[in-house]
Ligand binder design. Sequence first.
Ligand code: AP5
Length: 227
Amino acid sequence: MGLRIIMLGAPGAGKGTQAQKLAAAYHLPQISTGDIFRKHLREGTELGKQVQGYLQSGALVPDELTCAIVADRLQAPDCANGYILDGFPRSQAQAESLDRLLQERNEKIDAVIEIDVPDAEIIERLSTRRSCPVCGAVYNLKFGPFPHEDEKCDRPNCGSHLVQRDDDREETIRERLKVYQQTTRPIREYYEKKGLLMSIPASRLGVEALFSKIEAMLAQAGASRSS
Ligand code: AP5
């Protein structure tokens, strides 16, 4: 029972945006390893100190550390009926580690959704992205969703000042794209062989149009929303 989804795609492809919409529609937790690391960074924890250099340079955090964090997060009660993995796994070692974890938990992944967007579009999107450092809402000053009040989060009871992520500088974006091509993109084949990959060409496809495609693909695969 439950729905377990992996969001795959280059930095800025729109994984987080779609994961948040799926989380709301299917009542599932969105587990973003990037968000977890950034929270630790903001709070100045020991883990935050450990991962700071990797995030700032656009490199991947070591597999062992990342897998341990995901294993720990999946223990939480809100993961009992499924979850959306956003930005994990990102290497062959992480994909294999997740398989072992799933086996221990007697679970399986239902779909791996790959959002495919060309690099030039990604660079354009990331330079205009703004995020809420408190609740994680994502905006875009050029493509939307736009914050209603300039640079402030729209979510009820939030209203925090929006920020540009430190790793959204062009030089770091290029490094993240390189890491994606070298280390993350190859795992699409791993999931293709398992018959789980749903790849969506998403160039110039707006947030709502992409979400409709994802929902249609999930419905075809037998997933339905719970009320
Ligand atoms: P992470 O936070 O996961 O960053 P990322 O993968 O680089 O992805 P992004 O969050 O940048 O983009 P997204 O695809 O979620 O796009 P979004 O929806 O925001 O990771 C950060 C770092 O943490 C890594 O570099 C690494 O160091 C470390 N890390 C994380 N996970 C790790 C792991 N598993 N292993 C090792 N290290 C790890 O959209 C982007 C922008 O476009 C937004 O402004 C949005 O509003 C806009 N937008 C979204 N959809 C559309 C659309 N359809 N049309 C136009 N604009 C759109």
